[in-house]
Write a protein that binds this ligand. Sequence first.
Ligand code: TIU
Length: 222
Amino acid sequence: MIQIEAAQPYAYEFDLSSTALVIIDMQNDFCAPGGFGELLGNDIAATAAIIPTIQAVLQAARQLGMLVIHTREGHMPDLSDCPPSKLARSRKQGAGIGDAGPMGRILVRGEQGHHIVPELAPISGEIVIDKPGKGAFYRTALDEVLKQHHITHLVVCGVTTHVCVSSTVREANDRDYQCVVLSDGTAAFNRKDHEAALHMIHQQGGIFGWVSDAESFVQSLV
Ligand code: TIU
């Protein structure tokens, strides 16, 4: 059993064989200029800045043979999996899903904006989950995939803390997965949303899970 002593609200314990690293939506659409995140009016500096931190976590996980799962938010080219309300709100915000953008059609599978940033590109044996929603369990095979691999614990990184990371951790918690979110391996477009989202996870004795940091996770593995 491995322990991250410094986790909040208390030490997080896990076994390598039953733990997956889950990297949420580290796509150009959220981390690169001209992507969906920036077109929505956000500053992508914070989401781009965590790429090297996640690289270090990913390298450690790969070396130890942990199951690695990458997720991507996006829609089919015909937008048939895009809820009309989500589509309407994106258009109102001036970043219409499916419209032409600087990196191809916005939030559409196969377009440049939808690709995972090159530094964190999945390698052979890693699982990529395409999701139409904010949570990674909604209308995906994630739960089945995790069960096939006998996974009970998730180490969560990615973007954004208050949106897709938060939704996914809440969905995971209801399905009995024990999640630790790495505070510096996640980011929101602003600090206030990031910190509030992390607080909501570990408050009330870990109401949705644990919060730790990349260094503590990597150190726990050695
Ligand atoms: N991946 C993810 O968080 N999708 C978003 O739309 N996030 C925002 O913060 N907008």
